[in-house]
Design a protein around this ligand. Sequence first.
Ligand code: SAM
Length: 283
Amino acid sequence: MVVNTVADKEVSADAYLKFSQFLEQQCGIVLGLNKQYLVRSRLSPLLNRFGFRRMNDLIDKAVGHTDRQLRQAVIDAMTTNETLWFRDNYPFDLLKQSLFEELSKRNRKIRIWSAACSSGQEPYSIAMAAYEYKQTNPGAFRAGLEIVATDLSADMLQRCQHAEYDTLSMVRGLSEERKKRFFEPASDGMMRVIKPIRDMVAFSQINLMDSYSSLGRFDMVFCRNVLIYFSAELKKQILQQIAAALQNDGILFLGASESISSVSEQFSMVRCSPGLYYVKKNQ
Ligand SMILES: C[S@@+](CC[C@H](N)C(=O)[O-])C[C@H]1O[C@@H](n2cnc3c(N)ncnc32)[C@H](O)[C@@H]1O
């Protein structure tokens, strides 16, 4: 085992610059100035795992594109995966109060995309809301409902597929009723999402910087709390691609602190109380 000193973990100015450019190129994340501390703390656990003594050497190797495993681990470590169940509440309340009903009228299979799904709480919350809606509206989604969830991080997608959550994740956003209804005990004190809900979501790895035309078109997209990490230019490109992936009248939810200002001609904003969403304008 390599024992790394504090000096070994230092990120030189040169390595920081190279690393920031690499990260922006690979996944759009803009680090900004003087975030060496962030790189140091996020990448330190990888020193031992990949057998490096010095952080600058690890960075050199990661940006050199020769080691895919290291590159994926570095990206996984640098992405912020903060999430919770039924985050912000209002999107899920709106689904149950009006949007599922509206979508059901479309008389075709309804497709919903959670575009940066982290450890799965967002797409599974959508599935739970749809399950609850269907219980009280048995005729809903007659032609089917498909929930597609994607993320850049292979590590997060693996967690999504296991669908097992620890005590800390379980207290973030779940009512007692939903805990009882949608989870079953797994090993080591973890709780697992029940199969009928797991089966409603299909996961795959997608970098929002790449093309996602292969996913087909959606009636609704959740792209929440990810655009904040990108430059204005990249955010605009991604929102344009998302608009292309939406059906006419397709609905877009962004994070509570995000907006579509750069592509506002393609969407109309619908204000609700509380919250808001965007509807793609018919072309
Ligand atoms: C803060 S989480 C948001 C999770 C969820 N949407 C929510 O609002 O609770 C951000 C997620 O974006 C993913 N991400 C970062 N850059 C990405 C990219 N270029 N393409 C796809 N996903 C990305 C990260 O891996 C992370 O899981």
